[in-house]
Design a binder for this molecule. Sequence first.
Ligand SMILES: [Fe+2]
Length: 348
Amino acid sequence: MITDHLPGVSVAIDRLIATISADRDRSFAFVQRLCRDHAPSILDLLVHHGAVLFRGFEIESREQYLSLLRDMGHEEARGPQMENKVPSPQKPVTPPRRDMAKLVPHDDVSMQGPHTELGWRSFRPRFVSFWCELPAAVGSETAVFDMARVYRELRTDLRDAFDSHLSNYYSQGKVTFFSEDFRVDSVLVHPETGRRCLVIWYFRQPLSPFAVEAYLATGRGSRAPLPPIAYEGRPKFMRVDPERLEHRLIDSTGSTMIFNDDQKRSLMATLYECAMYVKWQSSDLMIIDNILTAHARMQSVLPRKLWAAVWDEVDVRAFSANTQLAADECPRWRDAIIHPDPGLLDLP
Ligand SMILES: [Fe+2]
């Protein structure tokens, strides 16, 4: 048993998520020792289940939280010039600005669609972490999707399409997303388990409304209007106009296809059948495997403060499921001409 290798804690495994909680000692010094001395066992839990959640420990600052990831041997996935933290917005409504007017609010931007972090490019973090400084009073969940199960349970026409096509999240020639417009693998072979995992990035408009629809169909969501996400301090994010991104599939001959609405609905229905929801508690630290899982923020009433960081940048073309398809090369973040600013990361 893996839990035999983690002394002083209990490990509760619920499908995707392994929750580690203290038997007696909840102190930061204890969890720090645990992370330093038992990193391989924690990593094993992470890559075989999809997510590890440390709950109930006295992790009291961003610095402490980030140091635990470093203690486990993870390396921040971005260059030193970029801060690795993203606060959730503090204000419920974005102040009106003429140049933002056409972007916000959308009635369902209080909820993200499912996405692999930075999933539109081949260099991306192998792991993503979140630390909860302040949970929202209402909502405040993060959805975690089992992308191996999603792949397995996709409707046949969709699985065939992903198997035989690369994905491209394109901007209809109007605004290029962070000046990057790549063809990426639609399916990856998970390096530790050999499972085939779907890659998806339905983060915002015009794709995420299909996610909202599928989520509400599960009977779980609230149809009551909730405040839109306020992208405070994220001017570059607004400038790239994510409202225009579409998902295009490209085969080995270069010909392209786009899913019709029925296919998008079926895809999202499968995703939400394979979702788990983490209801945040103060000081929670969660690490997710960015190949085995996708994630999304659910509706919540602000204020809510969660800090995200990305770790261990990898070239995921090493895990291509279809070697007949050649995904694009893209620069590592630290080599990119246009550096994303700290507002880049979509909030979990
Ligand atoms: Fe994200």
